[in-house]
Design a protein around this ligand. Structure first.
Ligand code: NAD
Length: 473
């Protein structure tokens, strides 16, 4: 772990599994209660200096970007080993982290002058909060950590980061790399199985919890953070609808929709997880998606030609089997896949289910895996109502040959981000990303994401009083 600028082991370790083999290939440290206190104290001490020098922070973020780029191969190999995604996708993940660092290094955090006239002066500034607790999931262990680190640091906070116990190694490596640039205590990385997450949220030092993970854990985090009235950002699950209108040629959109749904085996919060298609196009779209599912090369992410690696862990494989069983029992038809692969590791065939209806688990819940339901709708109102009939509201998409029609439908979808003829096309450092309803509280990215790591402070200076006129005579 990286604590107060030093590399530390815990008293115990836990095994990290390679999902491509199902075997433990590394040990990670279990953070003790004392070590967590040490990390928090170090972050608090470092905060007082770190918050002061804006230009220094910018320069150090640029340097951090260089250091990560220099370790690109090593970091990417580690992501693939612990999380499973193909090597090229891991490289892209590290490059994304570098892009985020560079974006925030250049972002100006302005002072807003509200009044500057003969009656006085008033402005508003953004002040850092102090120590931020950052808690991340296993699906993008480096990129999602950086969505927190870069804006939190740029705003002047210090951080204690805890990655998922399923994928702790790349975050540990990142802590060591960033520690080569940053002053001791500015970024601390601790690992261990839960209840470490809960101990971090309830620890008295952090003033904010920046959490990415499932809705169920998000609720626990919100309840625990409420005790200390801590600021929080919750980036939670999604069950994103893609609405395909009847003027679309299914063959033309099938590639984009397939990869919007199945990239990283569907283990992305913003994956297309329910495909609503006009009844007249249902069969054609199912055939086009199923053909792509069958043609996809699945295997260990370390093999160059592989397009999809294993699922993140054993639990995921069991969940996919459950979803398929339930959908078939309720009248869905298997168009492709539907089984775990007969080999070591956590492999599941890319799966397309046809003729699915709402009320089936794979439609109503977040499957977070490579099982894609295709649902026929009657008319556009029906599609919009069903797409919106969800507790989730992270991203959504509309597919149409007619941009005006697509825009009109997009405006009716209730989600933090809606794309037209693409899905989750706006996952960029300069756009806000966050969920409506149970998909989250607050946003990450852009200036809006940075604002979450700050409190507002107004400074007011009324015009000096004129000396009172005194009456004489
Ligand atoms: P998870 O909720 O099981 O775990 C997330 C993190 O929380 C892990 O680090 C875990 O150790 C920690 N944790 C567990 N219990 C905790 C507690 N009581 N207090 C504090 N921390 C605790 O999620 P996961 O399985 O790792 O990730 C998958 C989920 O994350 C999916 O629902 C996915 O949609 C969501 N996700 C959301 C986004 C987004 O930006 N909205 C991005 C990626 C993933």
């Amino acid at each position: 772990m990286t604590i107060d600028g030093s590399q530390m082991w815990g008293r115990q370790t836990f095994g990290v599994v390679d999902p491509a083999t199902g075997a433990i290939f590394a040990q990670a440290p279990v953070c003790t209660v004392e070590q967590l206190d040490q990390a928090m104290d170090a972050a608090l001490r470092a905060f007082h200096e770190w918050r002061r020098e804006d230009d220094l922070r910018r320069a150090m973020l640029r340097e951090c970007a260089q250091v990560l780029l220099g370790a690109l191969d090593e970091l990417a190999a580690t992501i693939t080993a612990e999380q499973g995604k193909p090597r090229a996708a891991s490289v892209a993940e590290v490059v994304a982290a570098v892009t985020w660092l560079r974006y925030y290094a250049e972002l100006d955090i302005g002072r807003e002058v509200v009044q500057d006239d003969r009656h006085g002066y008033a402005d508003v500034v953004r002040r850092p909060l102090g120590v931020v607790a950052a808690i991340t999931p296993w699906n993008f262990p480096v990129a999602l950590a950086m969505w927190k680190l870069a804006p939190a640091l740029r705003a002047g906070n210090t951080v204690v980061l805890k990655p998922s116990p399923y994928a702790p190694l790349s975050a540990l490596m990142m802590g060591e790399l960033l520690g080569r640039v940053l002053p001791a205590g500015v970024v601390n990385v601790v690992t261990g199985p839960d209840p470490l997450g809960d101990r971090i949220v309830t620890h008295p030092v952090p003033r904010m919890v920046s959490f990415t993970g499932s809705v169920a854990t998000g609720r626990r985090v919100a309840a625990a953070a409420a005790g200390g009235l801590k600021r929080m950002t919750l980036e939670l699950g999604g069950n994103d609808a893609a609405v395909v209108l009847d003027d679309v040629d299914p063959e033309q959109v099938a590639d984009d929709i397939f990869w919007a749904a199945l990239d990283n085996n569907g283990q992305r919060c913003m994956a297309a997880k329910r495909i609503y298609v006009a009844g007249s196009r249902h069969d054609e779209l199912v055939d086009a998606l199923a053909a792509r599912a069958r043609a996809t090369r699945v295997g260990p992410g370390s093999q160059p030609s592989v397009q999809l690696g294993p699922l993140g862990n054993q639990t995921q494989v069991g969940r996919m089997a459950e979803y398929v069983r339930d959908a078939l029992a309720h009248g869905a038809v298997l168009a492709a896949g539907g089984t775990a692969l007969d080999r070591p590791g956590y492999f599941y065939a890319p799966t397309v289910l046809a003729g699915v209806t709402d009320g089936v688990r794979v439609v109503d819940e977040e499957q977070f895996g490579p099982v894609l339901p295709v649902i026929a709708y009657r008319d556009v109102d029906d599609a919009v109502n069903r797409a919106n009939a969800s507790d989730f509201g992270l991203t959504a998409s509309v597919w149409s040959a007619d941009p005006e029609r697509a825009d009109a439908v997009a405006a009716r979808l209730d989600a933090g981000q809606v794309s037209v003829n693409a899905h989750a096309a706006g996952v960029r450092p300069d756009l806000p990303f966050g969920g409506h309803r149970c998909s989250g509280i607050g946003v990450e990215n852009g200036i809006w994401g940075l604002h979450s790591f700050t409190d507002l402070q107004a400074t007011v200076r009324p015009a000096p009083k004129r000396p009172r006129q005194t009456r004489t005579g």
